[in-house]
Design a protein around this ligand. Sequence first.
Ligand code: PSV
Ligand code: MN
Length: 397
Amino acid sequence: MSLKTKQEERIFRALDAFAIELPSWAFANTGTRFGKFLDPSAASNIGEKLADAAEVNKVTRCCPSMAVHVEWDFPDGVASAGLAAQLARNHGVQIGSVSPNVFQDQQYKYGSLANPDIAVRTKALDHILDSISMAQAAGSRDVTPWFTDGSNYPGTANMRQHKRWFEEGLAVAHGALAPNQRLLIEYKPFEPAFYHTDIADWGMALRLAKAAGPQARVLVDTGHHYQTQNIEQIVAWLLDDGMLGGFHLNDRRYADDDLTLGSIDPYQVFRIFNEINHFEWETGATADIAYMVDQSHNLKPKAEEMIQTVMMAQEIQAKAAIVDRQNLAIHQASCSLIDAEECLKSAFYTDVRATLVEWRRWKGLAPNPLKAFRGSGYLERVSKERSGRAQAVSSYA
Ligand code: PSV
Ligand code: MN
């Protein structure tokens, strides 16, 4: 490999080190609470989702694993997990993070780990413990619970009691982790609870992760913040405390819109990736972060959208990799505000796409993954195979 510039070398290294996990639910028919538009190519079982994820990986060489949701992907529990791991291997990918589902069943109407009914709290905890076993059977490291517990109206829940129930439940869950596993605690300030959410922000998630045990970390879903919140500062603090476990990446305009990464505000993604790069440059450490996509699309073609997302993530990683760190540190130290800001912006505005094409060529990939996918005929083939049968309209699976 003959590399022309230092910048290109840095981009190549950043791309080599960067992997992003695809969500199984991005390949299924999903919708909004107002309805669902069926896509003839949509996957409706774990085998089809893995086949689609593998196809995205084939053209990008950047997404070797697929996140699963127990309720939607492992209908037979541990047995499904083992089978799914085998299927994944056949497709040349792996099962990634495992999300328990303690929000969909009727029993969870008034919460899961913080349900006032001890029988439901126990069921929710049992399901999380089962999910940890499923993750072990699937050979996956991260267990990623997300909780809808909270309340819709003032006065209807004892918030301190809920907090203590979460502390208790998560500590028990942590106790079941294998030594190589992690428990990633996700936060979200609203939806479906609209007055209070039990794990509403990064401070609460951090507090609960610390109380749960040393293998717990915080998961930052970029769509789970109030408007104008400074996400990169949250990332910087979590990194500094060694508590950033991973991301659920997506973009948003209003709420948790699950839009394509970087489609609304690519500079936001860049600022987040920049903090990680700066941390690694300053400390010489590699941050142990699981980069995951959490998006579902009811209008865009699903596999193509995933390719678009991965290409965007790579492009922004490349931009973050070429920030002149030395100069940025000097400008920060001397309070040269304009120079520091320009240093950051000049990396963001650098067109790195030609270098991405070079990297793909060097990996033996087609220069344009989207074109390669379209040229493969995969979409037409699976649309034909999958369109004839009845499609589920009521859930993500
Ligand atoms: C909730 O909005 C969430 O971000 C959680 O991560 C769920 O697992 C996922 O979305 C389901 O789409
Ligand atoms: Mn999420």
